[in-house]
Design a binder for this molecule. Structure first.
Ligand code: NDP
Length: 483
């Protein structure tokens, strides 16, 4: 089968990269190249920013109902091709097709629809002063904004950024991860069909240090919304600082799942706890990679938990019975395997998994790792401090609430936590003391798009979601008028 050749979307046209350089795109399930994506340069970014700059004033002046209609039309087009999008996402990232079909693509559709609906009634505040004056706030689009997204939830996170940016009246230059560029490219094609004016949405494919950096450094790009690693987030913050750009940074995590002895450990809840560690091969920033369990139930819990983890099936992402697919790239696979070695070297006992898996036939070259559980490591061990972003969970016992809290808050990250307890007072008390942006109590990954989303400390700066995203993509201006 001939390989796919992706294009950039610049000024409403699909374009090859100006320097005619291309990158291989791999299918993680087999390790084979199946597509080529533009290895764009600063010249392509320049052209995209120029197109966005030219389109921005008319787009800002377009009534919000009309912007919303176009976003809804794009959502319709994606929804009508749900199967094609899901197949492409699974092929590009190695994630189970069932997950792409049930989570990634429906959520991308919801992102477009949610912000289309949210922008129309959005209003700003006004304050009457007793002196006989009124203050009102205009929230104006920023102009050209940059959106940079990672590989783990490609279309889901891509649309999570471009939808509020476009809804709020900005022209966008977006860069998907070069590792998983396919679904964003397809969305770009559909945006032409949906009828977006040329230059309003531009997609420049390519590598972070070239395309991403050129976008961050461009004087006409007023804001950067970035999701990715803490290391890249720090580089972006340093590059953006002298240019005084608005920044939203959604970064890594080392999330705790905390199980108290009084928790309802029904089969369904146990399944959720297992899923919270291993969904999408552990390649979700919200996965709980540290599983804290109260010592009085530790042995029983461990036995039940391990039985479930051992039953997880790693296999062909297209196979509906596969719980986990392949890791996204050879580089990431090697990193995760290195982390497992490090856990052993630090004295951790590998209770299950701990090895790579070779699948038969055409999938022999794929990057598969068995779901891995380790125990016996101090909370300060590197394995319990650094993000692995793979199917590796570390079990840590604790005695009481204070100890659990110290361990939970005891990393540099502060993205999310899940808490399992039947004690309502404890749930509120403990939730308030966790130094993270998102707390789930007796659940995991329930997402309401109206709620603020983001992390503290090395997990990021700013919040996405609901009005937070619309605020980020607009500049407030206060006007005071005396009467
Ligand atoms: P990276 O930081 O490597 O890359 C993220 C994006 O930034 C990619 O598009 C990348 O391009 C680009 N990029 C890389 N270098 C630069 C640069 N110097 N300037 C501008 N852009 C650049 O992250 P990953 O793609 O590896 O994603 C995994 C990480 O994302 C994990 O740490 C995970 O926790 C985090 N994440 C956080 C979430 C959150 O909401 N907090 C949600 C999902 C993931 P390219 O890939 O082409 O190099």
């Amino acid at each position: 089968m001939p390989s796919l050749r992706l294009a950039n979307l610049i000024d409403g046209r699909l374009q090859a990269p100006r320097q005619d350089r291309w990158l291989d795109v791999f299918e993680p399930a087999s390790g084979e190249v199946f597509a080529h994506c533009p290895d764009s340069s600063a010249d392509d970014v320049e052209a995209a920013v120029a197109a966005a700059h030219a389109a921005a004033p008319a787009w800002a002046a377009t009534p919000s109902e009309q912007r919303a209609r176009l976003l809804q039309r794009l959502a319709d087009l994606v929804e009508a091709r749900l199967d094609a999008f899901a197949a492409l996402e699974s092929r590009d990232s190695g994630k189970p097709l069932s997950l792409a079909r049930s989570l990634d693509i429906p959520r991308a559709v919801s992102n477009l629809r949610y912000f289309a609906a949210a922008i129309v009634p959005w209003s700003s505040e006004s304050h009457a002063m007793e002196l006989g004056a009124i203050n009102y706030t205009l929230r104006q689009p920023l102009g050209v904004v940059g959106c940079i997204s990672p590989w783990n939830l490609p279309l889901y996170l891509f649309t999570w950024k471009i939808a509020p940016a476009l809804a709020a009246g900005n022209a966008v230059v977006a860069k998907p991860s070069e590792i998983t560029p396919c679904t964003a490219a397809l969305l770009g094609e559909l945006s032409i069909e949906a009828g977006f004016p040329p230059g309003v949405l531009n997609i420049v494919q390519g590598r972070g240090p070239s395309v991403g950096q050129a976008l961050v450094e461009h004087a006409q790009v007023k804001a950067i919304s970035f999701t990715g690693s803490t290391r890249t987030g720090a580089q972006i913050a340093a590059a953006a600082a002298p240019r005084f750009k608005k920044l939203s940074l959604e970064l890594g995590g080392k999330n705790p799942a905390i199980v108290f002895a009084d928790a309802d450990l029904s089969e369904a809840n146990l399944d959720t706890i297992v899923r919270s560690g291993f969904a999408n091969q552990g390649e979700i920033c919200l996965c709980g990679s540290r599983l804290l369990v109260q010592r009085s139930i530790y042995d029983d819990f461990r036995a039940r938990y391990l039985a479930r983890v051992r039953a997880l099936r790693v296999g062909d992402p297209r196979d509906a019975s596969s719980d986990l697919g392949a890791l996204v790239s050879r580089e990431h696979f090697e990193k995760v395997m290195g982390c497992i070695e490090q856990a052993r070297a630090e004295g951790g006992q590998v209770l299950c998994g701990g090895e790579s898996l070779a699948l038969p036939g055409p999938l022999a070259g794929g990057w598969y790792v068995a779901p891995t559980v380790v125990e016996g490591l101090a909370p300060e061990a590197a394995t319990n401090q650094h993000e692995i972003f793979g199917p590796v969970v570390s079990l840590i016992p604790f005695d009481d609430e204070d100890e659990a809290l110290a361990i939970a808050n005891g990393t540099g990250y502060g993205l999310a936590a899940s808490l399992w307890t039947a004690d309502l007072s404890r749930a509120h008390r403990f939730g308030a003391r966790l130094d993270v942006g998102i707390v789930w109590i007796n659940c995991w990954l329930l997402r309401d798009l109206r709620t603020p989303f983001g992390g503290t400390r090395q997990s990021g700066v700013g919040r996405e979601g609901g009005v937070e995203a619309l605020r980020f993509f607009t500049e407030p201006k206060n006007i005071c008028i005396r009467y």
